[in-house]
Design a protein around this ligand. Structure first.
Ligand code: R5P
Length: 313
C-alpha cells in the first residue's frame, strides 16, 4: 500500500482543513501556496511526500476559479513529487449546476472540471452533496460523496420540531428534502420553482403540500444569491405558513445573499462549514454545523481501506 497519510490545504478554507487534520490527530502538512504579482500561482510541498497517501483539501469557493486552478496545480506538484496516491478533497464542488447540455451551445463545466482533475493526476475524489448525484459519473476515478444530511438531521432532531413541514425549494430537491422529512418524521411540501432564463432570478410559483398554520423548514443544497429562498419564503407566507427555518448544505452566500437572508426574519438559518463564512456573513440567527468529523472519518477509512459507506449506516 502507501506510506502514512498527509493532509495539505490550499488557500480556500484552511480552517476546515485544520479541523479535518485535528479530527485525525495530526497537524496539517507543510506546503507553500502563493500568487506572484502576475497572478501565477506557485506551489511547493515543504516535506517529503514520496509514496505517501496525500489528501489535498480545497473547496471550490470564492475566488472560485482560482480555487479550482490552485487545486489542479497542487495535484500536479504532488504527482511530480512522487506521491503514492492523491485524493482531491472538495467539500463544495462549484459549477454543479452546469451538469447537462440543456440549451444549445452551452458547456458542461462540471464534467470539464472532472476531466481536468484527472488529467492533473488525482487518483480519487472526496466530496459532499454534489448538486446532482450524476456528477459522480463525470469521473473515471473513485469518488466518495459524503452527505450533510446526517449532521443537519441530527441537529434538527435535537430541536424537537413539531407542527413543521420540510420544504424542497424545487422539484429537483424533492429527494433531499424527503430524506430529511423522513428522519424528522415530518410532512413534506415542494415548491414548483421556475427559473427565468439564464439570469440568477428565480420565481417560486406553487406550493405543493400543506403549510397553512405550520412552521416551514426549507432545505436547499446551496444558497448562492438567496433568490430561491426569498421566493420560497414569499410563496410559503402567501400560503399561510407561520414561521421559517432555512437550511442549506453549502452556504455560498454570494452577492445580495446576506442582505436578503437578513430581511427574511427567519427563526434560524442552519448551514455547514463546507464553505468559509467571514464575520460579515455570520448573521445573528445563523448556526454553522461542522463537517470536519465526517471528512476526517472518511479520510481515515479511505487510508486504511475500510468502507466509507459504513459511515452512512
Ligand atoms: C438550484 O437548483 C439549487 O438547488 C439552488 O436552489 C440554487 O443554487 C440557489 O441559488 P440562489 O440562492 O442564487 O437562488
Amino acid at each position: 500500500m502507501y506510506n502514512d497519510f498527509a493532509i495539505f490545504t490550499g488557500r480556500a478554507h484552511p480552517e476546515l482543513a485544520e479541523a479535518i487534520a485535528a479530527r485525525l490527530g495530526r497537524p496539517l502538512g507543510k506546503v507553500d501556496v502563493f500568487e506572484f504579482s502576475n497572478e501565477n500561482i506557485f506551489v511547493q510541498f515543504q516535506e517529503n511526500i514520496r509514496q505517501r497517501d496525500v489528501y489535498l483539501v480545497q473547496p471550490f469557493v470564492s475566488p472560485v476559479n482560482t480555487s479550482i486552478l490552485e487545486l489542479l496545480i497542487m495535484i500536479d506538484a504532488a504527482r511530480r513529487a512522487s506521491a503514492g496516491r492523491i485524493t482531491a478533497v472538495i467539500p463544495y464542488y462549484a459549477y454543479g449546476r452546469s451538469d447537462k447540455k440543456d440549451q444549445p451551445r452551452v458547456p458542461i463545466t462540471a464534467r470539464l472540471i472532472a476531466n481536468m482533475l484527472e488529467t492533473a493526476g488525482a487518483d480519487r475524489v472526496l466530496t459532499m452533496n454534489l448538486h446532482a448525484g450524476q456528477i459522480q459519473g463525470f469521473f473515471n476515478i473513485p469518488l466518495d460523496e459524503l452527505n450533510a444530511l446526517f449532521p443537519v438531521s441530527a441537529y434538527f432532531k435535537s430541536k424537537n420540531l413539531t407542527d413543521y413541514t420540510v420544504v424542497a425549494t424545487d422539484v429537483g430537491g424533492e429527494k433531499r428534502a424527503r430524506d430529511l422529512a423522513v428522519r424528522l418524521d415530518l410532512p413534506l411540501a415542494i415548491i414548483d420553482k421556475r427559473r427565468i432564463g439564464n439570469t440568477e432570478t428565480a420565481e417560486a410559483m406553487h406550493v405543493i403540500g400543506e403549510v397553512e398554520g405550520r412552521g416551514c423548514l426549507i432545505l436547499d443544497d446551496e444558497i448562492s444569491t438567496a433568490g430561491t429562498i426569498v421566493s420560497a419564503v414569499n410563496a410559503l407566507r402567501q400560503n399561510g405558513a407561520r414561521e421559517m427555518i432555512i437550511s442549506c448544505y453549502h452556504p455560498v452566500f454570494s452577492g445580495p445573499a446576506v442582505a436578503r437572508l437578513r430581511s427574511l426574519d427567519a427563526r434560524e438559518i442552519v448551514v455547514t462549514d463546507s464553505v468559509p463564512l467571514g464575520p460579515e456573513k455570520r448573521l445573528p440567527n445563523l448556526t454553522i454545523l461542522p463537517v470536519a468529523p465526517q471528512f476526517g472519518d472518511a479520510i481515515g477509512r479511505i487510508h486504511s481501506g475500510q468502507s466509507v459507506g459504513a459511515l452512512f449506516q
